[in-house]
Ligand binder design. Structure first.
Ligand code: SAH
Ligand code: SF4
Ligand code: F3S
Length: 474
């Protein structure tokens, strides 16, 4: 990274915030607490690990109950309207809490405030919010924290600290992170998105696509491995275009080859693959790999070539089917999952038939199905022929039933086999069981205890329950 692209060290701000937090803890006779609520995708989850890393470095401790914490952060998503509503619901429930506890600090960050109308709504309707920042200056969090801890207006009370950047070309590497799991971690390989799918807000709230250098990525994964991480998930909105714009000559497949060499890393996952950029080189690397998981998430969005064109996806129905079948042929035990949008402007019965047809032919192992949500500022928002909600709901139910049926059938194919499971946690409902994941991303519950967490163990997949298995450790 060049000199002018590099941020100054954040440790000074972390130290400064730490001094204030310690002094206030002493005055209060207890540790100050935080609660981070995360909405949205894996990128946001990873960003939140950085926020909590900073907070813990400053001396805050975690508090389970949002309404009791001294500092609450909402790391937001705005991919669909229901994501926005989740934030407003949480903020609404804090109105009275904040009235009783003026010293509570409430922060909103992430994708939602990057959008102007949403930002205005937060500022105007939830005036008790203390700090707002966006996706491009997440790395300024230590400095913003100092600002919010030391701010005073004329009445001696706090005033809003708000910093949103339109875009950035910077990548910052030096924030501490507190992982949600000791044995697995997300790793950003690129930020932003340049694809401008007509329905999607992400390019507007996450900015231009930029890849991290492979040496930074490899160094991060090596240090994760040294710290006990066995599974990494490489994160980007379109990992298949990794490397574009970098000085070095590297593709996503090339990066995977390098990650594969890192001792201690046993499983490699990645999200998300855009079908238009998925190379034969990638299929090849996956087919020969002992570490890359047998799972690919390959969003289809719609089976209709006409709608795919309007969506700006750059592939046709047939191209998608051919690609998926090529992947299945080369990697027979792979699970292919997808995202589907129902109710995109202009969608007809015939388009739905096309989507059902692709589900039949590709036989998805899982699918996230979404009702189209109009996002202001996107191209699709101003298209004629917006689909009435009742029609979208009816089609949604039809498609959902179909994908569920197909993915249950797919899952049951492994019944009776013995497969490796990475154990993630003690089962939340039944503490005599542990829960883990197969390489193909399916969940397995089996008798065991906390000592298995983070280990990869062979498990007999005794009974398929549709979307998960009940197993027995071998
Ligand atoms: N970068 C990924 C997708 C990230 S967003 C990709 O292109 O594959 C995750 C999913 O949300 C998308 O795949 C899409 O199915 C869905 N989505 C995005 N915008 C949406 C909208 N306006 N309405 C409904 N679903 C949407
Ligand atoms: Fe959105 Fe398309 Fe970018 Fe995915 S590739 S984040 S759907 S614009
Ligand atoms: Fe949501 Fe932002 Fe991710 S809009 S899906 S949190 S990139």
């Amino acid at each position: 990274m060049t000199e002018d692209n590099t941020y100054k060290d954040h440790s000074e701000y972390i130290e400064e915030a730490g001094r204030i937090v310690r002094a206030r803890s002493k005055a209060a006779g207890r540790r100050l607490t935080y609660h981070v609520t995360t909405f949205g995708c894996q990128m946001n989850a990873r960003d939140s690990e950085k926020l909590t890393g900073v907070l813990e470095a400053c001396g805050y401790v975690h508090e389970d109950d949002e309404s009791l914490a001294d500092l609450v952060i909402f790391n937001t998503c705005t991919i669909r309207d229901n994501a926005d509503q989740k934030l407003y619901g949480h903020l609404g429930s804090l109105v009275n809490v904040k009235r009783r506890r003026e010293d509570m600090i409430i922060a909103v960050c992430g994708c939602l405030p990057q959008e102007k109308t949403a930002y205005d709504r937060i500022v105007n309707s939830y005036q008790f919010v203390d700090l707002i920042f966006g996706t491009h200056n997440l790395f300024d969090f230590p400095e913003l924290l100092v600002k919010v801890l030391t701010r005073q207006d004329v009445k001696g009370r706090g005033h809003l600290i708000s910093e949103i950047w339109e875009d950035t070309d910077r990548i910052v590497e030096d924030l501490p992170a507190k992982r949600n799991y000791s044995f697995k971690s997300g790793v950003n390989i690129m930020f932003g998105c340049n694809n401008y799918c007509s329905y999607c807000i992400v390019p507007y709230v996450r900015g231009r696509e930029r890849s991290r250098s492979s040496s930074d990525i490899i160094a991060e994964i090596e240090s994760l491995a040294a710290d006990g991480v066995v599974e990494v998930m490489l994160l980007g909105q379109n990992v298949n275009s990794y490397g574009r714009g970098l000085d070095e000559d590297i593709t996503f497949a090339g990066l995977l080859r390098e990650v594969e060499k890192i001792d201690g890393i046993e499983r490699i996952r990645f999200m998300t693959s855009h079908p238009k950029d998925l190379s034969d080189e990638l299929i090849d690397v996956m087919a020969h790999s002992g570490k890359i998981c047998r799972h690919i998430h390959l969003p289809l969005q719609s089976g209709s070539s006409r709608l795919l064109e309007s969506m700006n996806r750059h592939y046709t129905k047939q191209q998608y089917i051919d690609l998926a079948l090529r992947i299945r042929e080369r990697i027979p035990d792979i699970a292919i999952t997808t995202d589907l949008i129902i109710g995109y402007p202009g969608e007809t019965e015939e388009d739905i038939e096309d989507t059902l047809d692709v589900i039949d032919k590709v036989r998805f192992d899982g699918a996230f199905t979404f009702i189209y949500s109009k996002r202001s500022g996107t191209k699709a928002a101003s298209m004629p022929d917006q689909v009435p909600e009742d029609v979208a709901r009816k089609n949604f139910a039809t498609v959902l039933e179909k994908v569920q049926q197909v993915s249950c059938e797919q899952a049951s194919m492994n019944e009776g086999k013995v497969m490796d499971v990475l154990v993630e946690e003690v089962n939340r409902q039944d503490s005599s069981l542990v829960t883990g994941r197969l390489s193909n991303n399916l969940t397995v519950h089996f008798p065991g205890d906390a000592s298995l967490i983070g280990k990869i163990v062979p498990v007999k997949l005794a009974e398929c329950k549709g979307f998960y298995y009940i197993g027995e450790k071998m």
